[in-house]
Design a protein around this ligand. Sequence first.
Ligand code: NAD
Length: 455
Amino acid sequence: MTRPKKNNILSRRDFLKSTTSAGLGLALAKGSLTKGSLAASHQTARGPSDDLRLALIGSGEQGRVLMEACLRIPGLSFAAVCDIWEYSREYAKGYLNKYGQQPAVYVDYRELLAKEKDLDAAIVATPDWVHAEQAIACLDAGLHVYCEKEMSNSLDQARRMVLAARRTGKLLQIGHQRRSNPRYVHAIDRLIREKKLLGRLTAAYAQWNRAKSDMLGWPKKYTIDAATLEKYGYSSMFEFRNWRWFKKFGGGPIVDLGSHQIDLFSWAFGTNPSTVLASGGIDYYKGREWFDNVMAVFEYETAQGTARAFYQVQTTTKHGGFYETFMGENGSLVISEVPERGNWAMREAHAPEWDSLVKDGLLLSEKPPIQRVDTRNIFLDIRVTAEAGRWPLPVELAKPPHQPHLENFFDAIRHGTPLTCPAELAYKSAVAVLRVNEAVKSRQLLRFRPEQFNA
Ligand SMILES: NC(=O)c1ccc[n+]([C@@H]2O[C@H](COP(=O)([O-])OP(=O)(O)OC[C@H]3O[C@@H](n4cnc5c(N)ncnc54)[C@H](O)[C@@H]3O)[C@@H](O)[C@H]2O)c1
């Protein structure tokens, strides 16, 4: 793809220069970049014609995670940052300045789109309820969009996003980042689906358990005035900060956390669920609108027969943390975005040997040498020390977990690489996830019709 060189873009050369001077020193000190990862950047570095100018809309917790991951990818520059909260705007601007980037800063995304005429893509990391409005406006403005999950807390709005991507012909990647994680691709595509490591897949289990926590506060000097809050749809700072727990803005913990993992069930089973049954409630906290705990059971009609998946989210105990387990007649596979919590397979005694997979490098042997990895880089996945009966998975990810998903998005813009989580696919996932809340409310088994999964 040939692109004209644009002003103020950090080309690959500029990128290397800026990270070497201001940014790299800082990043190395913080342990967020390693010499190894910079070397990897050199290898994948692209020419200036591939430079892309980005806007970040929503620079809260997740916006910063994505921004930091983008700074590790050559040829990207943030031309604009938008957030309705001064605290988030200042954070993003200050951080980018340290990397030699001088983004224009906006309060309102409409002003950003009206003024910035030389953008290639937008990253949308605002609360779920504004994703559709903002992503569609960006697509209509001719930008490719990376939008965080959940697509929307309303299925109608999520459908509008799919249609907008189709209508404009622009890319819309949704932030289910496990879809691009090489560890998950290896586990689900290679081992479970292609190699049939587990034989017939009969069941799955996933959980995301978090310790009890208070609602979020804010530094008083960064209180947003009532008129501005109202303009952007919030009745108070409390509501603005704790949007996840309110029906208007989000889908509660089951959607917030479950969206990542319930998506994996469909991926591994190779089909969407046929039914869902769920129980949950607001049983522990007061003043929250969404269920603080949910247990859900999905049924899947797979090519080999019926299979079931159980999912739970807890907000009063962190027991077991978050991970996913896939179970089949010949064994099981446990995986987590945090590899220490899951990165291995276990074989049933009667199952065929897995030696040929070990020989082909697709699985490590049951008893690999103990590896001691001495590193302070929190992003480096450590190959698990094998316990008897555990066959470690061989793929590691020496990057922040969102980086491969962003890389996939930028590769799609630059080279036409297929997106790993285009809006159509994420919509199917939203259909399954948003329905859980309905199932909790109705206390009934809810059925899905196959056509419901198509926007
Ligand atoms: N993929 C992941 O692993 C992951 C992890 C966490 C969050 N998320 C998703 O990222 C999104 C943001 O979550 P978060 O944890 O960063 O929330 P957050 O509350 O920390 O940040 C949201 C930011 O958006 C800003 N904002 C709110 N309304 C806005 C508007 N109309 N225009 C511009 N800015 C606005 C807020 O001021 C805030 O800075 C959510 O959709 C969430 O589900 C994804």
